[in-house]
Design a protein around this ligand. Structure first.
Ligand SMILES: [Cu+2]
Length: 279
């Protein structure tokens, strides 16, 4: 395909109405993934605001550098100044950055407050990072299952390479979810960009985060983003939000499929699986 055709194709893809309801990384993506839910929207607003601030600062510093290089070059400034202190400038370059930081702190603390203080939620999901898959537990429903990436040679039509998993995390749309995040072995990180969820999963410790899953069925893709070993790149996260009815159906099936697994039982099952695989 010629480059021109390729770029026209890219352009067309980008101009199509966003009918596909999935949040995932796109080829040639430059910006953040479109935010979903109040936390992700607030985080994206803060990001955009900071982008403006940092661009203005960078342009200002660049302009100063260019001006100084031109104004004080050897030809036009034969006798260099010996000035080593200038009180006004020193006060300015201390006070102005402090003021900028204060301005940034306002939306930043608002976001932190939003993330940390909203304690009302509809359901709890416990997430455990392991080498190299995720385990999801719904404590209220007494189900617990592992979620593995679909291997490249087993991918079916419509499934995404390196992103789709055998057992996605399924939640009802329009719910506030509290995630309890922990680890089984090394450090992992539970990261779903479009929901602005990014929390370390550490063995022996439980981290908390809540997020709001907006209304409308949608699939949110994420990945472990703490380098955790050889298969770090092969433990994607899929969170599917479905209608309340579909969630009930899924839950009924899941209860049969995943049973009420306590950790001892799980170890027995895993050992049996390993024994079967070895024979
Ligand atoms: Cu990991």
């Amino acid at each position: 395909m010629s480059y021109l055709k390729f770029y026209i194709l890219l352009l067309t893809i980008n101009l199509l109405p966003k009918v596909v309801s999935a949040s995932e990384p796109k080829p040639w993506q430059m910006d953040l993934q479109p935010p979903s839910g109040i936390i992700a929207e607030t985080a994206t607003d803060l990001h955009n605001f900071l982008l403006v601030v940092i661009t203005l600062i960078s342009l200002f510093v660049l302009a100063l550098l260019v001006y100084v290089c031109w104004r004080y070059k050897e030809n036009s400034n034969k006798i260099p100044s010996k000035t080593s202190h200038n009180t006004i400038i020193e006060v300015l370059w201390t006070v102005i950055p402090v003021l900028i930081l204060v301005v940034i702190a306002v939306p930043s603390f608002k976001l932190l407050y939003l993330q940390e203080t909203d304690k009302e939620y509809d359901m709890v999901v416990k997430v455990t990072g392991a080498q190299w898959y995720w385990n999801y537990e719904y404590p209220d429903e007494k189900i617990n299952f592992d979620s593995y990436m679909i291997e490249e040679d087993k991918i079916k039509d419509g499934q995404k390479r390196l992103l789709d998993v055998d057992n996605p995390l399924v939640v009802p749309e329009g719910t506030k979810i509290k995630f309890l995040i922990t680890g089984n072995d090394v450090m992992h990180s539970f990261f779903i960009p479009s929901l602005a969820v990014q929390v370390y999963s550490i063995a022996g410790r439980i981290n908390e985060v809540w997020t709001e899953i907006p209304k409308g069925p949608k699939t949110y893709y994420g990945q472990c983003n703490q380098i955790c070993g050889v298969n770090h790149a092969y433990m994607p996260i899929v969170l599917k939000s479905v209608s309340k009815e579909d969630y009930k159906k899924w839950l009924a099936d899941a209860k049969l499929k995943f049973a009420n697994v306590d950790s001892n039982f799980k170890i027995v099952m895993n050992n049996e699986k390993i024994i079967k695989e070895n024979n």
